[in-house]
Design a protein around this ligand. Structure first.
Ligand code: TTP
Ligand code: MG
Length: 464
């Protein structure tokens, strides 16, 4: 379909993987990849690149297109109309009025501009947080998601966070795609999926499984490291150390493992902690915390966050945010709530010690509803001043991947989002913040999305 068409890929912001996929695909479809923009029929740029950094010579041309156009061509197997995907010269107005939009190109599409490709979309489209997570998205591509999740888990257990994150990003992108993947192009055109990952997905589609999963997940080492790293309080590095010392079972660890107090509790409730609970049980546990908080001070309010607030049918633990007026002391509140919950033997074990820190506002522990039918459950309580409520609630609602994504997006706009606040005009040197800028007013979660120029996503759409 690209017969005789010459493509030049402008390297700014193109990942090596994506560039390889595009180059191969263009050649497979009889196109020509050239080394300079002058020779090219089309110049392809990544939408996320800073258009100000592109050579001015490009702006004399009417053929600079965003890579989304090429993805669309490959997907639809035809040369699609390109007007909507043109990247135009950054205007002076943009430079002066909106410094944070300087990071992306604008595509010119006239009055019938597609909302997907407006200037806001161009900036944030690459970020998972700009798209809703889909309900029941596991139903599509189930085998692919299962195999990739196994690899993500095994890499996380081995302490290879970078690879684990790569697989999680791909899982999230495939879930958001929400349609059955049938071709290499389908998957390679998704954000966050490079050509190596796309090849793995195709391997599952054609063979039903991944050789890499068999290689990594079926060994004695992976079975044991997996067993150990599922102990609450044991990271991948402890799990590995125990394995290299020759321990193979939880009993071996109890006898010889030199365990921390947290790990001892983690082993005591090993199976109970791995079991996820119903929403009803989360609500009952939350109710206990709410009652105690109200007894401590009637101005305190509580909110169930985490996977519960994202609408998940089962939850791994209970995350309760307690909102307090500014003048009340966090640690005193936390201590008073806990002492009530301990008096009734609802809280059975502490996973953090309250004595160590000054103004402690986070509690991690274990609780159990009365009755033999109930299991020990992980309970986290976070005491937050009302002034920080929106940022805190958003943080503790997650998902972790959504949080990572929205924080990265904030960075591209010279902002900084944390569980405490959102700042603008932040100056960074490398990763380090050298000037914190100004705190923005964030009375609601909606206001945070608005400051970031993102469409609002309710919690159920943040389950990335
Ligand atoms: P978790 O309770 O660990 O996660 P969860 O509630 O989403 O899922 P689960 O059902 O397994 O409990 O953490 C609560 C929120 O805290 C999470 O949704 C987002 C935030 N968080 C991060 O942003 N980064 C992290 O590394 C962790 C552990 C949590
Ligand atoms: Mg949780």
């Amino acid at each position: 379909m690209f017969s005789g068409i010459k493509f030049y890929f402008h390297p700014a912001k193109f990942s090596k993987g994506r560039l390889n996929v595009f180059t191969t695909q263009v050649k497979n479809h009889c196109g020509i990849v050239v080394e300079s923009s002058e020779e090219a029929t089309y110049v392809i740029v990544e939408e996320s690149c800073d258009t100000l950094s592109l050579p001015t010579s490009l702006w004399h041309e009417d053929r600079v297109l965003g890579s989304v156009w090429l993805s669309k061509c490959l997907k639809e197997k035809l040369v699609v109309e390109f007007q909507q995907f043109r990247i135009t010269k950054p205007s002076l107005k943009r430079l002066t009025s909106s410094p944070e939009s300087a990071g992306a190109g604008t595509s010119e599409s006239g009055s019938n501009k597609s909302p997907d490709y407006d200037s806001r979309g161009q900036t944030s489209k690459k970020y998972a947080c700009s798209q809703p997570s889909l309900k029941n998205s596991e139903a599509c591509n189930a085998a692919v998601l299962d195999q990739l999740q196994k690899l993500a888990d095994v890499y996380r257990a081995r302490g290879d966070q970078w690879r684990a994150h790569g697989y999680e990003k791909a899982i999230s992108a495939i879930r958001r795609h929400g349609k059955e993947i049938t071709s290499f192009e389908d998957v390679a055109s998704l954000e966050g999926v490079g050509c190596k990952m796309a090849a793995k997905v195709m391997e599952v589609i054609t063979t039903g499984s991944l050789r890499k999963v068999e290689e990594l997940c079926t060994t004695e080492e992976s079975r044991v490291v997996d067993l150990f790293s599922n102990i609450w309080g044991a990271g991948p590095s402890a799990a590995h150390t125990w394995y290299t010392k020759g321990y193979r079972s939880l009993e071996d660890l109890i006898k010889n493992g030199n365990l921390t107090k947290q790990q001892q509790i983690g082993i005591k409730y090993y199976n109970e902690f791995l079991d996820r609970m119903s929403r009803k049980e989360v609500e009952e546990i939350g109710q206990k915390v709410t009652e105690s908080a109200k007894e401590v001070n009637s101005s305190l309010t509580t909110m169930l966050c985490g996977s519960y607030r994202r609408g998940k049918q089962t939850c791994g633990d209970v995350d309760v945010v307690v909102l307090k007026p500014q003048q009340l002391n966090s640690k005193q509140i936390l201590t008073s709530i806990l002492s009530r919950l301990k008096d009734t033997v609802f809280i059975t074990d502490d996973l953090v010690s309250l004595e160590k820190n000054g103004n402690q506002r986070k509690y991690l522990g274990v609780c159990k509803l009365p009755g033999d039918e109930h299991k020990h459950r992980r309970l986290d309580i976070f005491v937050v001043p009302q002034t920080e409520s929106a940022c805190a609630i958003m943080h503790y609602t997650g998902s972790a991947l959504f949080n990572r994504s929205i924080r990265l997006l904030a960075q591209t706009k010279n902002m900084h989002l944390s569980e405490h606040r959102l700042c603008a005009g932040v100056v960074r040197q490398g990763k380090e913040i050298v000037d914190e800028g100004q705190v923005l007013s964030t009375p609601t979660e909606e206001s945070i999305f608005k400051h970031l120029d993102l469409e609002y996503r309710p919690p159920e759409e943040r389950d990335h």
